[in-house]
Design a protein around this ligand. Structure first.
Ligand SMILES: [Zn+2]
Length: 356
């Protein structure tokens, strides 16, 4: 069987938060916004303003930085969350995972309001759970549907640090290459042509408009290129990725958390290093790898272990390859990734990066 899952509605626009209630009222009357301290500071006033003269009501709930099971239980137990018809996340990946779990668990409408586009989490139907201290992924859950609405205010994204949108571009570029890998393997028959096309469009738009979007965020201005990249990072990569699959870029990216200081790098940054290694393993033409490395460097994405602060590249590569052998994403590769080949790819990525 082939299956495609999409969010119900995707909106992107300048200063649209102040009209949020009118767009969201069809999903329910009582809305609760779950977000981190800083995210709520950025959007609370605008959101609240949209409820003036509205028949809907709103509540705000501050969540912790980690989507741990205990934090999800705490938030789910709050009266304003229990009373709500619509669960909304306002912030980054963690509050989305918390809201997604609560919304799906209680069968309430679910709306995502990303305040950064650092990954493709907003459109996803998967929640990832972490240990209480946030240092370890302890599991994930796949739900039957994507959020009912994803609502992105481009002005809010333009005001976020440029590093965030760059990380989202790293995640989005990986989507296409990983989709291709998953399509080629024995389980790839369930992947639709639509999902492949969306993943490809995401890559195209990021490579075309990514640098301009990065500059827009550095300047704190909204441009068409910025909105194109928001669409690519958030919607195309989210829908493309969720309906295809992950491979070495994410397998390696997640595993790089084990490096000292690995957690200081963002998801999309680590995934981009993984993508370079995947492209070497899959024998992409050198020009294509150089193109992606050059692009990554322009938007300050790390492209090799050295960029993650690793000094002894060979030793570290060797250490990483052992644990990656049984990884649940690496198994989607159809090429050789035995220990010495994988270690070689890490070192070769370093060597290529140093020539750019
Ligand atoms: Zn990702």
């Amino acid at each position: 069987m082939k299956r495609l899952r999409f969010p119900g509605t995707f909106c992107v626009g300048n200063d649209i938060l102040k009209n949020f209630a009118s767009y969201a009222s069809c999903y329910g009357k009582k809305m609760v916004f779950i977000g981190g301290h800083r995210s709520l500071l950025a959007v609370r006033e605008l959101l609240a303003e949209s409820f003036q003269d509205s028949e809907c009501s709103c509540e705000f709930v501050e969540c912790g930085k980690t989507a741990s099971l205990s934090e999800i239980r705490r938030i789910a137990g709050l009266q304003e969350v229990k009373d709500a018809d619509v669960i909304c996340a306002a912030g980054g990946g963690s509050c989305m995972d918390i809201a997604r779990t609560i919304g799906n668990g209680s069968k309430k409408s679910l709306i995502m309001i990303p305040t950064t586009v650092a990954s493709d989490a907003p459109c996803s139907f998967v929640s990832v759970f972490y240990s209480d201290d946030g240092s370890e992924v302890i599991g994930d859950e796949l739900y039957h549907k994507c959020p009912d609405m994803v609502f992105v205010d481009s002005k809010v994204i333009a005001d976020a640090p440029a590093r965030q949108i760059a990380s989202g571009m790293g995640d989005a570029l990986a989507t296409f290459y990983e989709a291709r890998t998953c399509k080629q393997n024995a389980n790839g028959t369930g992947i639709t042509a639509t999902a492949m096309a969306l993943a490809g469009l995401s890559r195209e738009m990021v490579l075309r408009d990514g640098y301009a979007a990065y500059q827009s965020v550095e300047l704190g201005i909204v441009t068409t290129q910025l909105e194109n990249v928001i669409e690519a990072n958030c919607f195309l990569s989210g829908v493309g990725g969720a309906n295809t699959g992950c491979a070495a870029a994410h397998g390696i990216g997640d595993y790089l958390c084990k490096l000292p200081g690995g957690h200081d790098f963002m998801h999309g940054e680590r995934v981009y290093v993984g993508l370079m290694v995947q492209m070497i393993l899959e024998q992409y033409p050198k020009e294509e790898i150089r193109k992606l490395m050059t692009f990554g460097k322009r938007i300050k994405l790390p492209v090799c272990l050295g960029d993650l602060g690793v000094e002894n590249i060979k030793e570290t590569a060797k250490m990483l390859t052992v644990g990656l052998q049984g990884d649940h994403f690496m198994v989607n590769l159809s090429c050789d990734y035995s220990e010495h080949i994988l270690a070689g790819a890490f070192v070769y990525a370093q060597c290529l990066a140093e020539t750019i």
